[in-house]
Write a protein that binds this ligand. Structure first.
Ligand SMILES: NC(=O)C1=CN([C@@H]2O[C@H](COP(=O)(O)OP(=O)(O)OC[C@H]3O[C@@H](n4cnc5c(N)ncnc54)[C@H](OP(=O)(O)O)[C@@H]3O)[C@@H](O)[C@H]2O)C=CC1
Ligand SMILES: O=C1OC[C@@H](O)[C@H](O)[C@H]1O
Length: 397
């Protein structure tokens, strides 16, 4: 049987574009995926075509892949089936809209947009054009996440009551980033909430919201506190979410999502401080260890005395495929892939099957999460410049 090939265009040539593109070059059979394959057919850099060309060489794309010096040229390429948007948060709305308007399917990096209004507009445009659109929350597609969700829906830990989830990175932001860096720069919609807090929210949502039947899912209420960094972006944010749920499911559930730049749930790098995520039911809990964006270890602890630890090593090409932590250069342990190929596979399966959204986080869920982040920013007076909050398209950034 011939394989379905998804032809990718890569929009931007920064750190995560490199990790993602390297993962696209990994043979899917190494992860036991047989019916689809990926091909990078083009990349574009807003700086120059030369930079796009160097990028294509670096990530191991075929020599026939096209290098463009503008995003507009990329979206006009007829050989491209889907575009991976890998620019800073501030640019996602404009860049993703450019792709959709040109008739391209889109996988857009997290945080999906700057606010929920922009996310809704993208979802409407994708629907109008009958295109696939997905937020690139890669963690949702890991076998580890599938396992955790299955634990919950199978009832193994009983009725789920509460999830604690933290993604904090234990850095000194003053040393790690200058004020123009995307992690702290409000002009690029920087800050802990949109960059890191999204993963804490991902764990809260995929355990307390996504595990409910679709018709039963209700948006949570939220109370929050946020500490600002001198640039005006946030460096630490804490959110308490209440999910309205039926008595049958155990009644309302609480999600505590935290993020911070200066602390870490894993100070010794060995997991000694305990898990970063705890999903608690009335018969036990399932734990997930740091980092919330790329966890590899879980522990199930039940009130009947069962304790089961599991390791989920990312399958892959062998020596360090270039694991990128968002602001530095970090290598995967030998023999591990990065893990962005799972979300890429989902795009291929969806497009092959004619689905228009990701199966483990549809657009409605991305929008609800953006609404939570909007509310947190509103409660704490954190705004971004109007030109990146606007839904006006096109807007020159
Ligand atoms: N899933 C994950 O694990 C990770 C996801 N991310 C997400 O990926 C996105 C990009 O992050 P990352 O790759 O670290 O960022 P980088 O700064 O490394 O790269 C961003 C790229 O966007 C393009 N760009 C266009 N306009 C601008 C602008 N005004 N300022 C800066 N860059 C611009 C540039 O590419 P060019 O010049 O080629 O056009 C640049 O190289 C963010 O949304 C982030 O949240 C980041 C890290 C990890
Ligand atoms: O998505 C991400 O995951 C890893 C983080 O360190 C990074 O900053 C973030 O963008």
């Amino acid at each position: 049987m011939s394989k379905f090939t998804l032809r990718w265009g890569i929009l931007a040539t920064g750190g995560i574009a490199e990790s993602f593109s390297r993962d696209l070059t990994v043979n899917p059979e190494t992860r036991n995926v047989k019916d689809i394959q990926h091909e990078i057919v083009a990349a574009a850099s807003s700086s120059s075509a030369d930079r796009a060309g160097e990028f294509l060489k670096k990530v191991g794309a075929s020599s026939s892949a096209k290098a463009y010096g503008s995003y507009e040229e990329l979206v006009a390429d007829k050989n491209v089936d889907i575009i991976y948007v890998a620019t800073p948060h501030s640019h996602h709305y404009q860049n993703a809209m450019l792709c959709l308007e040109a008739g391209k399917n889109v996988l857009c990096e997290k945080a999906f947009t700057v606010n929920a209004a922009q996310a809704k507009k993208l979802a409407e445009k994708a629907k109008e054009k009958n295109l696939f659109l997905m937020e690139a929350v890669w963690t949702r597609y890991f076998p580890l996440s599938v396992y955790v969700r299955d634990i919950i829906t199978s009832g193994k830990i009983g009725k789920v009551q509460r999830t604690f989830a933290d993604l904090s990175i234990g850095t000194q932001p003053e040393e790690a980033f200058d004020n123009s860096h995307r992690m702290v720069n409000p002009d690029l919609a920087g800050g802990a909430l949109l960059d890191l807090g999204i993963y804490a929210l991902t764990w809260v949502f995929q355990t307390l919201y996504h595990t409910q039947p679709e018709s039963a899912r209700k948006a949570p209420t939220v109370v929050s506190s946020l500490k600002k960094y001198p640039t005006g972006a946030d460096e630490m944010t804490t959110m308490l979410l209440t999910f309205p749920r039926s008595q049958e499911l155990g009644g309302d559930a609480h999600g505590i999502a935290t993020t911070a730049m200066r602390t870490t749930p894993d100070p010794d790098g060995k997991g000694s401080a305990g898990p970063a995520i705890r999903v608690q039911g009335d018969k036990g809990e399932v734990q997930v260890f740091h980092p919330a964006f790329r966890p590899t270890k879980t522990k199930l602890v039940l009130s009947d005395g069962t304790v089961e630890e599991k390791e989920f090593v990312q399958p892959g090409p062998g020596k360090g495929s270039g694991f990128y932590n968002g602001f530095g250069d970090n290598k995967n342990p030998e023999g591990e892939g990065h893990g962005m190929f799972w979300e890429a596979d989902e795009c291929a399966f969806a497009i092959k099957e004619g689905r228009k959204e990701g199966k483990y986080e549809g657009l409605q869920e991305s929008i609800v999460i953006m609404e939570v982040m909007d509310e947190v920013r509103k409660q704490n007076g954190m705004t971004y410049p109007e030109k990146i909050e606007t839904t006006k398209y096109p807007t020159q950034l």
